[in-house]
Design a protein. Structure first.
Length: 357
């Protein structure tokens, strides 16, 4: 018998950022695998999209910007949650280079406002609901900085953020743990590696490469392409999030990685090879790969040691990188209309951002 996604006493779940890439995957999983009522708090920014969720009476959108403290408090009161899963964040490093202020507002001030609202909600809950309440903060491995050729990030790695994005996420992590230690708020924190999969807004590496390639445009490769990321299929990440949220130890953090270390060049070349098979053209797609000036402050390598969540909670990724990438490339080829629609709505033409000019 399959274990339930959430405990029986968890009836109402507040997901922040549920119209985003990872948040949307989480909402879909909860809708298909549980009977909880989901409140999706999302400001509906440029990368937000509800197409993948569709219409379901157990899903309610609360269109709120966490920067608005009063609206945030009202949304938490309306949701009356037993579990809060906080994914809402500005998350694109290149955009944080061009406009760091939005990242401080959303990721730092927004998290503070949410913590204050959730703390007020939690403190007035009846004892039984209060005892089972959880606040799960979803963060990134980028807060740990950059690795050399060896080693992996773990829960004991010192924080060393290098970009405005990672600094804003590090600040939000510290706020969450401070609210736990100071006010007793029952929190769990996870730090994940790079996610990929269907429905990701086409400004991130994998969808950008796919769309550039099939359009016959130069495929940008930052610097020498040797920067390494640990790739995690989004569905595997969602499984880890639900385990941490419901079974994780209060006050603990868990690093989530997919055992998918690849250099950017390896990722780009793998996509080109898949496209040669799925949508062949007269010339190999790899001929479009074009080296461009590296990102300012580009971290060299990220890699996760997921031993704690594996041994303590029994999580294992179900998709290896080759399998996940094949499914992802196939999905984008079948959903080009969606890509065009969301890019047009966001006013994003696929051009490079974050050059520090």
């Amino acid at each position: 018998m399959t274990a339930p996604l959430v405990p029986q006493n968890t009836k109402r779940v507040l997901v922040t950022g549920g119209a985003g890439f990872i948040g949307g995957a989480l909402v879909r999983k909860l809708l298909s695998g549980s009977d909880v009522q989901i409140f999706n708090l999302d400001k509906c920014g440029y990368a937000s999209d509800l197409t993948s969720i569709g219409s379901d009476p157990r899903h309610e959108l609360l269109r709120v910007d966490l920067v608005d403290a009063d609206a945030t408090a009202a949304a938490v009161q309306q949701a009356d949650p037993d579990l809060v899963m906080h994914l809402a964040a500005e998350s694109h490093v290149d955009r944080s280079i061009d406009g760091p202020g939005a990242f401080i507002e959303s990721n730092v001030l927004g998290t503070f406002n949410l913590l204050q609202a959730v703390r007020a909600h939690w403190e007035q809950l009846p004892d039984e609901r209060k005892a089972h309440f959880r606040f799960h903060h979803i963060s990134t491995d980028e807060v740990f900085g950059s690795l050399g050729a060896t080693g992996r990030f773990s829960e004991t790695t010192p924080y060393d953020p290098r970009s405005p994005y990672s600094a804003s996420k590090a600040a939000s992590d510290h706020l969450v743990m401070a609210w736990h230690h100071t006010y007793g708020l029952p929190v769990v924190l996870t730090n994940c590696s790079n996610n990929y999969g269907p429905w990701q807004f086409p400004e991130k590496l994998i969808p950008v490469v796919i769309l550039k390639a099939i359009a016959g445009e130069p495929i940008p490769l930052y610097g020498d392409g040797a920067n390494v990321r640990d790739w995690l299929y989004v569905e595997d990440h969602v499984d880890a999030l639900l385990l941490a949220a419901t079974k994780g130890e209060i006050g603990s953090s868990y690093c989530v990685g997919g055992h998918g270390e690849r250099s950017n060049r390896e990722v780009v070349e793998a996509i080109c090879s898949l496209l040669d098979q799925m949508k062949p053209k007269s010339k190999p797609y790899a001929e479009l790969i074009t080296r461009v000036t590296d990102r300012p402050g580009h971290d060299h390598r990220y890699a996760i040691d997921p031993n704690r969540i594996t041994t303590k909670l029994g999580w294992q990724p179900l998709h290896d990188f080759s399998e996940g990438l094949t499914a992802t490339v196939a999905w984008y080829l079948e959903n080009l209309d969606w890509c065009q629609k969301v890019r047009a709505r966001a006013g994003y033409d696929g051009g490079r951002i974050g050059t520090n000019k």
